[in-house]
Structure formats: C-alpha cells, structure tokens
Design a protein. Structure first.
Length: 227
C-alpha cells in the first residue's frame, strides 16, 4: 500500500482488550484506542479547516452510492502478528458528477482507510475513519492514487460527506468519550459547506435549466400557434 495516509502505527499490537468502553495503549510513541471490537489508530493528517482545503487536492467530486465492499486488506507483521496496515477497496456507483471526467452510471474503486479482520472480527479505523454504508448516498471528494488504480478520499474522512447524516453506534461512542472533538466539529462544518455550496447550488442550477427548457418549449408552441 503506497499512499500519503500510510498508517503511522507500525508494530500495532493489541496490548489490552475489553468488551465495553475504551482502552488505551502506547507502543513506540504511537497511540491507539479500542472500543469493543473497534480499534482506532491515530495518524498524522494534513490540516483541513474548511471545504476549500479539501477541494484544493480534489480531482473528482461525485454523488453516488457504495454498491460493493471487497474483502479488507489487513497487513500483519509475520514475526509478531501485529497489524501495521489496513484498507478496503469499495465499488462506488456514480449518480451525479460535479467535477471530473465521469458520467452517471460509472463505477469506480474507492480506497477506504478502515478494514475488517475476518480472522478476529476486529474493525480497524485510521484516524476514526468509518467505512461507507452500502446503498447510502455520499458526496465524495476524490483524487487518483499516484501508484494504484483506485481513488483516494481527499482529506481522509473530511472528503466523505454522508447525505443522510446518520451516526453509527461507534460514532456515538466516540462522541460520548469526547474523542476527536475538534475533528468532529470540522467534519460538521465541512459537511454543511459541501451541502450548501455544491449540492444546493447544483440543484438550483438544475431547476433553472429545467425552467429554461420549459420556457423555450412553451415559446416554440406559442410561435407555432401564431404562425
């Protein structure tokens, strides 16, 4: 796996475990948290203070749904069996294109910074990233991987906008534990900006185009009647 979000928890070993609540452990100055079967690995990310910061590194903006989730890739140390890398490639069907050379109906591969270890049932999240829900609508800000055939989400979780706004049980647990409070606030801010500046603006343009087409059609009928 070669990308700027390479996981920063080399030698990522599960030193503690619990069925409820949060546990915390450190190894080689890398930090991780566990909430039941959900494990978070902290990672260094570029700062994203608003939607503009996300758009700066974005090549593609699309609206659509995840239609398939492929088996996750879990990279483990062969000696200690510690997890040092995780990701999932998902198939995303495009419904609407705001930027990029795609069309509705196209299916693209999207890299997600989380994964499920089928052997242990553990779910690994990079910087709290959650896998997209199948058949839910998302607005994605993407850039093509420099080395692989898939698309990366700009800003990791900041470039993934859920239209439903539904919160998972895992997310609710994180909020209760006051985990990533500043990032959650930024996520909410960027989501609002994206819906306002991209979705609503686009809907307005679509309505104007429809009205213009209707007006032209009616004008044509009117001219025919006069003639």
């Amino acid at each position: 796996m070669k990308n700027k979000f390479k996981i920063l928890f080399l030698s990522f070993f599960l030193l503690t475990s619990c069925s409820n609540g949060r546990t915390k452990s450190y190894e080689n100055n890398f930090r991780k948290y566990q909430y039941g079967n959900d494990i978070i690995a902290d990672a260094k990310l570029d700062y994203y203070g608003n939607l503009n910061d996300v758009e700066k590194e974005t090549e593609v903006i699309v609206l659509g749904k995840k239609i398939k989730q492929n088996p996750s890739t879990i990279e483990k140390d062969k000696v200690y069996n510690g997890v040092y890398g995780v990701y999932t490639i998902s198939n995303f069907k495009i419904e609407k294109v705001f930027k990029g050379n795609f069309k509705p109906g196209d299916v693209i591969d999207v890299y997600e910074s989380a994964g499920i270890d089928e052997e242990t049932g553990k779910i690994y999240h990079i910087a709290g990233y959650e896998l997209m829900e199948k058949d839910e609508e998302y607005l994605l800000f993407l850039r093509h991987s420099e080395t692989d055939p898939w698309y990366m989400i700009s800003g990791l979780k900041f470039g993934k906008i859920s239209l439903s706004g539904k919160k998972s049980e895992f997310r609710i647990e994180l909020e209760k534990a006051d985990h990533y409070p500043e990032e959650f606030e930024l996520e909410g801010k960027i989501r609002e900006e994206a819906i306002k500046n991209i979705l609503k603006s686009s809907d307005l343009k679509d309505r104007i185009i429809i009205k213009l087409k209707s007006w032209k059609s009616n004008s044509f009928v009117f001219l025919v009647k006069i003639c």
